[in-house]
Design a protein around this ligand. Structure first.
Ligand SMILES: Cc1cc2nc3c(=O)[nH]c(=O)nc-3n(C[C@H](O)[C@H](O)[C@H](O)COP(=O)(O)O)c2cc1C
Length: 356
């Protein structure tokens, strides 16, 4: 569990913020980066159909800040020429790494040959990887699911083929396309991939606690791990892992810091986007963020019904004041009502038209 390199780029610590459409944008990535402990951040998946047709949203999605480096741009699509063009554009804007999405299960993406659809068409994927390699000089990486269905698991073969094509880091989310987000990620398959290729491999799936993460990491023997949903619930999760790797006690933010980070996020959103969008983002993060806090369910109800910045700020202040007074943090209560943010389906509305 030491830092590893993707060509000459040091991933230190070997902890990666997993790409999440609609979540890991410029704002969220910087919020996480400021908390520390993250060795690589990745953009949301970006449609090459959008990019190469000058869709302003797709272009905006490539924006990043110097503090984010090393920074990877993830692209998706099913046409090799467009993928190569999109990859070139990512290199031009200064991305350190180009990542190809081979895992998104959304029907709109799969239908157009991209995302996890590529798991069914290894030849198409091979062509895409080879053309991208010809088009860029920065390292090419791949993010995979384990297969399309339970009966067609082919992640090891795909990983070997990708290595032959010059892919320099393989990231495996241990679920099939058909599984969506159900069940648990299969870390045994992730271990098999690690044992089958010589490029670095990172594992991904269901890491929301240090104990579980360290266990799966050790068992699979991977070079790094990716954390997605866990970072929304706990933006300090990377710092906590980094602490443990360095032999320190994991950092524990207090309630004031939690509140401050929520407000920091809100402020960043308001700087970046229209108020209505910022409100939505805030509700999304606060919903995940208050998981397990006393009275979190009620707080989320008030939050979902807040319609202005002032209302949200007031509700946050009231909620955290109540918590501070009651000392209700960290009591281990895990609430069942938290809406699970699952899959990128909900976020493909914006790319669907571009991908059509
Ligand atoms: C809302 C959401 C959006 C996602 N978008 C992407 C994406 O754009 N690209 C990608 O490779 N994976 C995407 N994923 C998958 C995650 O990167 C990750 O592989 C998956 O959530 C499992 O990891 P976790 O259990 O740590 O969340 C998304 C997942 C979620 C929940």
């Amino acid at each position: 569990m030491k830092p590893f390199k993707i060509r000459d780029i040091k991933i230190d610590p070997p902890l990666i913020l997993s790409p999440m459409a609609g979540v890991t944008d410029y704002t969220f990535r910087r919020l996480i980066k400021r908390r520390g402990g993250v060795g690589l951040v990745v953009s949301e998946f970006i449609s090459v159909e959008g990019l190469t047709r000058n869709n302003p949203k797709s272009k905006r999605q490539m924006r990043f800040d110097e503090i984010e480096r090393p920074f990877a741009v993830q692209i998706f699509g099913g046409q090799s020429e467009r993928m190569a063009m999109g990859a070139e554009m990512a290199e031009e804007v200064g991305a350190d790494i180009l990542d190809v999405n081979c895992g998104c299960p959304a029907p709109k993406v799969v239908k157009n040959g991209g995302g996890s659809g590529l798991l069914r068409e290894p030849e198409r994927l091979e062509k895409i990887l080879k053309e991208i390699k010809r088009a860029i000089t920065i390292p090419l990486t791949l993010k995979l699911r384990t297969g399309y269905t339970e009966s067609t698991i082919n992640v090891v073969d795909i990983a070997k083929m990708a290595e032959q094509c010059g892919v320099e880091h393989i990231q495996v989310h241990g679920r099939t396309r058909d599984q969506g987000y159900k069940g648990l990620a299969n870390w045994d398959l992730i271990r098999e991939v690690k044992q089958s290729v010589s490029v670095p491999v990172s594992g991904n799936g269901d890491i929301t606690s240090i104990e579980y993460g360290m266990r799966k990491w050790a068992e699979s023997g991977t070079d790094g791990i990716l954390i997605g949903r866990g970072a929304m619930q706990n933006p300090w999760i990377f710092r906590q892992f980094a602490d443990v790797l360095a032999g320190r006690e994991p950092y524990q933010p207090d309630l004031n810091e939690k509140k401050a980070v929520l407000l920091e996020f809100f402020e960043m959103c308001l700087e970046e986007m229209p108020e209505l969008v910022a409100l939505g983002k805030m509700k999304q993060l606060a919903g995940q963020f208050t998981k397990g806090l006393v009275g979190g369910a009620q707080f989320r109800q008030t939050l979902y019904h807040s319609h202005s910045v002032d209302e949200i700020l007031e509700n946050i202040t009231t909620y955290f004041n109540t918590l501070t007074a009651g000392g209700g943090y960290g009591d281990g209560v895990v609430e069942a009502d938290v809406p699970q943010i699952e899959s990128c389906d909900a976020f493909t509305g914006g790319v669907g038209s571009a991908a059509a």
